[in-house]
Ligand binder design. Structure first.
Ligand code: GLY
Length: 365
């Protein structure tokens, strides 16, 4: 078992990583159950595969569950209302625990419901996708989407525990594994060259299901994320913003594909990270060799390394147009996460969007 502590004063919590943790849930969740209730929020696919395991693992605890539809559409006002009504009708009290069992959609929606019901209830994250295990379940960002854009309605609300069971990855479709892997390699690209080298050597086995590689990747990722969240919980100090490497370019690609299954978030982030490296090389901040090495690695694991590979043919000006709606836009300036090399990301607030559009038109990948 691995345990990573997120040190946030009174809101500190553990991230426990253990294969089989769900089948032995009583061991990990026992202290949260005593005298309190657990209400599980999940979605249909996870309910079929993982809920029976959790139920077995909690032995004689009677589980109360709320099962939602799968997919990004569930992160909506309507589903938030349904979920809050369901939790309130179930008589949830602030000291009970709401458990988010699923991927990023369930974690984000449930965390937001927990943040607002009775001005804040305890919640536990049990992330079941690689992307949720290494990124969205850690750090307390919760949100839903609205007409104006993705994740624009939300709150910071830290969980009291994150329980990661890599066995849930065994039923994850390969495409989703690869998309989640983009958020793993991101930590190497942001600040850990040695981890990037490890990724180059081990990504294939990790994606194919090797448990040892998965454990190392998850633990390294959540340790890196915990350190960033401890230093800058609310993203006010240019530290947590580094986690957005590839996200500004990626957001434009996702917007162009209608935030649909045509391009998964992790795939857009992969293409976005490669673009951030190539753009940094164009500006002379990092070497072309580093940018090429990153693109080659993403290509080798089956992730897109640019708009064309992501199936996007839009002009640079169209993609930049999408960026203007980015929630990080401040005073007409959009901060970009650029790099001085592999493992050396930084926040650049002097990027010209016209230059980005020119770069995108010239970029051939
Ligand atoms: N996924 C980016 C963050 O948690 O800040």
């Amino acid at each position: 078992m691995s345990c990573v502590r997120v040190g946030l004063g009174e809101q500190s919590y553990d991230i426990v990583i253990e294969p089989g943790a769900i089948r032995n849930a009583a061991e990990y969740l026992g202290s949260y159950i005593r005298g309190r209730r657990l209400v599980i929020v999940t979605e249909r696919n996870v309910a079929d595969y993982v809920l029976p395991m959790l139920s077995e693992g909690l032995k004689d605890v009677a589980l109360e569950t709320i099962v939602l539809d799968p997919g990004e559409g569930t992160k909506s006002w309507h589903q938030l209302e349904r979920l809050c009504d369901g939790l309130l009708n179930a008589g949830i009290e602030r000291s009970d625990h709401i458990v988010a069992l699923g991927g990023g959609v369930i974690g984000d929606l449930t965390g937001f419901a927990a943040a607002v019901i009775k001005r804040g209830c305890h919640f536990i994250q049990i992330p079941t996708s690689l992307l949720a295990q290494v990124d969205s379940s850690v750090g307390g960002k919760t949100a839903i989407n609205c007409r104006a854009g993705k994740n624009l309605i939300g709150a910071f609300h830290q969980p009291v525990l994150v329980l990661i069971d890599p066995e849930t990855l065994d039923t994850l479709p390969p495409r989703e594994m690869r998309a989640g892997y983009a958020e793993v390699v991101k930590y190497g690209l942001i600040g850990d060259f040695a981890f990037f080298e490890w990724c180059e050597a081990n990504a294939a086995s990790l994606i194919a299901g090797d448990r040892t590689s998965q454990m190392k990747a998850i633990e390294t990722s959540v340790r890196a994320k915990a350190a960033i969240v401890e230093a800058d919980e609310r993203e006010t100090l240019d530290r947590r913003a580094l986690l957005n490497l590839g996200h500004t370019f990626g957001h434009a690609l996702e917007a162009e594909t209608g935030f649909s299954d045509r391009l998964l978030h992790g795939e857009a982030v992969a293409a976005g990270m490669a673009l951030a490296f190539r753009y940094s090389a164009r500006l002379g901040y990092c070497t072309k060799q580093d940018a090429e090495r990153v693109s080659a690695h993403l290509r080798a694991v089956g992730l897109p390394e640019g708009p064309a590979a992501a199936g996007v043919e839009a002009k640079g000006s169209t993609l930049v147009g999408h960026m203007l709606h980015d929630k990080k836009m401040t005073g007409g300036t959009l901060p970009f996460i650029l790099v001085r090399g592999i493992g050396q990301a930084y926040v650049d607030k002097s990027v010209s969007l016209a230059d980005v559009a020119e770069f995108l038109d010239a970029d051939a990948l």
